[in-house]
Design a protein around this ligand. Structure first.
Ligand SMILES: NC(=O)c1ccc[n+]([C@@H]2O[C@H](COP(=O)([O-])OP(=O)(O)OC[C@H]3O[C@@H](n4cnc5c(N)ncnc54)[C@H](O)[C@@H]3O)[C@@H](O)[C@H]2O)c1
Length: 330
């Protein structure tokens, strides 16, 4: 069996690959894992260091928008797990062309190549942000799509291409929509690693607006297990939400991070709100739970404590990334 993992050098994709190669997913025990990744600012070969020497692992540098590279790498593939994306909302507000290219054109290029190659299953990794913002209750998978940021608009477009390739061509595609991930190896522009690494450096943390925006937190290990359940048993053409079950206003998340590093509220700088900032995300995970037996297993307190410890112990991983980002003006 051969698995193509796009974006496997990023945060979530690399976790999936490390788990797959280490034998965490029984159905992939003997699988060859091929990573296709362009190594943008968010991609990092160091994330794959634990598996580089494994004979079942192969890295292919390349762009998912490049039809030639994609069709070459797709030959003989049984399962595609598609993580590659421009993933940061704030960057999409500054400029969204790369989001359209990678998230929409890149996904369409992969879907077409998978169809041509007769791939057995294609898991398209998406986000709950495609649903927009919800004041009360939780979204089921059939909720209307109301994306509010250029990032989520590009992801919603890619979800619709995935659907269309199933409806039109019968490609066995599943779409997953998860909530906010956290864990080790997350690029230090996202809120948890940004706040933790700032605080470890004695710098303040920028809290958007009134800090009352609510997010559901999902440990990356639970997310990747959910993806594998969908890869193994998800019905073709279906969408599956994946959530963590811990909803927190950003203010409360900030308080927990301050406590974890022994800092006080004086280290918080309240900054003007993000443009178009969604107020609350909340996914209903009844479908993946009842059909595939998914449940989040990492308790948030323990997962957050482990994550903070990981950043404390891995300065050599994040310091160069923050320096490079600062030099690039981001
Ligand atoms: N991080 C989250 O909380 C979250 C939440 C919901 C959904 N998602 C989705 O999960 C997926 C993975 O997210 P992540 O946080 O790991 O992202 P990330 O930004 O950490 O990694 C993205 C990876 O994709 C690669 N990439 C980007 N453009 C590419 C291109 N054109 N060709 C080939 N490779 C390319 C990058 O080099 C990088 O390795 C994305 O599709 C994202 O939309 C993430």
């Amino acid at each position: 069996m051969r698995v193509l993992v796009t974006g496997g050098a990023g945060f979530i994709g690399s976790h999936y690959v490390r788990q797959a190669v280490s034998g965490a997913y029984p159905s992939l025990a003997d699988a060859e894992i091929v990573v296709l990744d362009k190594l943008t600012y968010a991609g990092n070969r160091a994330n794959l260091a634990p598996v580089e020497a494994d004979p079942r692992f192969r890295f292919v540098p390349g762009d998912i928008c490049d039809g030639v590279v994609v069709s070459e790498v797709m030959a003989g593939v049984d399962l595609v797990v598609h993580f590659a994306a421009e993933s940061h909302v704030d960057r999409s507000i500054l400029g969204s062309a790369d989001f359209v290219l990678t998230n929409v054109l890149g996904t369409q290029t992969l879907l077409q190549a998978a169809l041509n190659a007769g791939v057995g299953k294609f898991v398209h990794v998406s986000t709950d942000e495609v649903y927009g913002s919800i004041a009360e209750g939780s979204w089921r998978e059939d909720h209307v799509l109301e994306p509010n940021s250029p990032y989520s608009a590009s992801k919603a477009s890619s979800d619709l291409f995935a659907r269309a390739f199933h409806r039109t061509h019968g490609l066995p595609v599943c779409v997953t929509r998860c909530s906010n991930n956290y864990g080790p190896y997350q690029f230090p522009e996202k809120v948890i690693p940004l706040f933790v690494t700032n605080l470890l450096d004695g710098a303040k943390v920028p809290l958007y607006g009134d800090g009352l925006n609510v997010r559901d937190w999902l440990h990356v290990d639970d997310h990747c297990r959910g993806i594998q359940l969908v890869a193994d048993g998800g019905r073709a053409g279906e969408i599956y939400n994946i959530g963590g079950g811990t909803e927190l206003p950003n203010r409360e998340l900030t308080e927990r991070l301050l406590a974890a590093v022994g800092a006080g509220w004086d280290m918080v700088e309240q900054v003007p709100d993000r443009l178009g900032h969604d107020r609350r995300y909340s996914v209903d995970i009844t479908k993946i739970s009842s059909e595939l037996g998914y449940r989040a297993e990492v308790p948030f307190d323990a997962g957050l404590a482990d994550t903070v410890r990981w950043y404390r112990e891995h300065r050599s991983w994040w310091e160069p990334l923050k320096k490079r980002a600062a030099l690039a003006g981001k």
